[in-house]
Design a protein around this ligand. Structure first.
Ligand code: SF4
Ligand code: SF4
Length: 343
């Protein structure tokens, strides 16, 4: 598997209007205890059910003989905000230790921690570095995040955090996207944010982004055929493969999450879940980045799928996107709940 995007907890200190998930928000009292306990109890079981070897065969950059090269895969540990004190030491740190120990000496694993950066301190950056984290990815640098509007505010934020990182021996990422990272790189950092023409605009988002009508994606913007979409999710031995996992252990082909998960990792191995979907025309279509073909064997022609891909936004505006057709297909044709029963 090249990459796993693991949302460890629903807890967040913000309620951004562009957020793709309503459950990312502050929790209090019993709700907070329950969200934290879910994350704490499930993480070790989910990690146990990751592949025995966390590597992939890179067909894009083969060796001199044209053979695919085995490379180390990446797990992105994210929230919400996974550095909040309620989950940082009880959930995140043990998970990093478990991942590093499990794959030590057998191909390794690159751990990326994704954070808004809001609560990063030199102590936390140093702890992540010492735990062997390969990259701290600061994701909240955009106009949608309260207090981060405008280039001046974003530049000041980047400058402050860059100085803090570098004082802790954490250096900027220097390999290009898509290039393999060297094991000797140590702990690195980078910044990114949601921009209207990329992460928000070019997809049909869930959550508050959907109710706030922030998407400008059209039916021609096939998010499924992109990284973080469904493309290649079944090819888990090769480059380009990625799945997302939520705090309940549910597995999805894309970061947006299909209406129903394809399996649950509390009691099943990820590779068995994915191999069980092989040959299923619904999931083969998603893995091919062609969601409009997912219903062909269920009587949904591509034309029917496109008709089902239209909705009306809260304002009354008509809106069309392939992910809407995917949602409808899941609602109308596929039974809810995990589709693969692993005995
Ligand atoms: S966009 Fe990020 S910071 Fe904002 S509510 Fe969602 S998870 Fe939290
Ligand atoms: S079409 Fe379905 S599987 Fe593909 S990105 Fe959209 S929600 Fe995910």
């Amino acid at each position: 598997m090249e990459s796993v995007y693991y949302v460890m907890s629903w807890l967040c200190h913000r309620t951004c209007r562009h957020c793709y998930e309503d459950r990312f928000r502050p929790y209090h009292g019993d709700e907070l205890r329950s969200v934290v306990e879910q994350a704490r109890a499930n993480a070790p079981r989910i990690i146990d059910n990751l592949p025995d070897r966390f590597t992939y065969l890179d067909r894009a950059q083969p060796d001199a003989n044209g053979a695919p090269v085995e490379r180390t895969g990446t797990v992105i540990l994210a929230g919400g905000e996974i550095l909040l004190k309620e989950v940082r030491e009880p959930v995140l740190y043990p998970a990093i230790r478990q991942l590093r120990a499990r794959y030590a000496g057998q191909g390794g694993i690159q751990v990326i921690v994704q954070t808004t950066g809001d609560i990063l301190t030199p102590r936390i950056a140093g702890e992540l570095r010492d735990l062997g984290v390969a990259q701290i990815s600061v994701s909240g640098v955009d106009d949608f995040h309260e207090g981060m509007q405008g280039e001046a505010a974003q530049a000041a934020f980047r400058a402050r955090l860059s100085a803090m990182f570098e004082a802790c021996g954490v250096q900027p990422v220097h390999h290009k996207a898509g290039e393999p990272r060297a094991d000797s790189d140590g702990c690195r950092y980078n910044f990114f944010g949601a921009t209207p023409d990329e992460w928000i605009g070019r997809l049909w988002p869930r959550g508050r982004a959907q109710s706030n009508e922030l998407s400008t994606a059209t039916i021609a913007d096939n998010f499924c055929d992109r990284w973080s979409g469904g493309r290649n999710f079944l090819d888990h031995r090769y480059n380009g493969s990625e799945v997302s996992i939520d705090p309940a252990g549910d597995v999805f082909p894309c970061c947006l999450k299909t209406r129903h998960p394809v399996g649950n990792m509390l009691n099943a191995k990820l590779d068995r879940i994915l191999d069980g979907l092989r040959g299923n025309p619904v999931y083969e279509a998603i893995s091919a980045g062609q969601p409009q073909r997912m219903g062909l064997t269920h009587g949904w022609t591509e034309e029917e799928f496109l008709r089902k891909s239209v909705t009306r936004l809260p304002s009354g505006r008509e809106y069309a996107n392939l992910c809407i057709g995917c949602d409808r297909f899941h609602d109308e044709v596929l039974a809810p709940g995990p589709l693969v029963q692993i005995s």
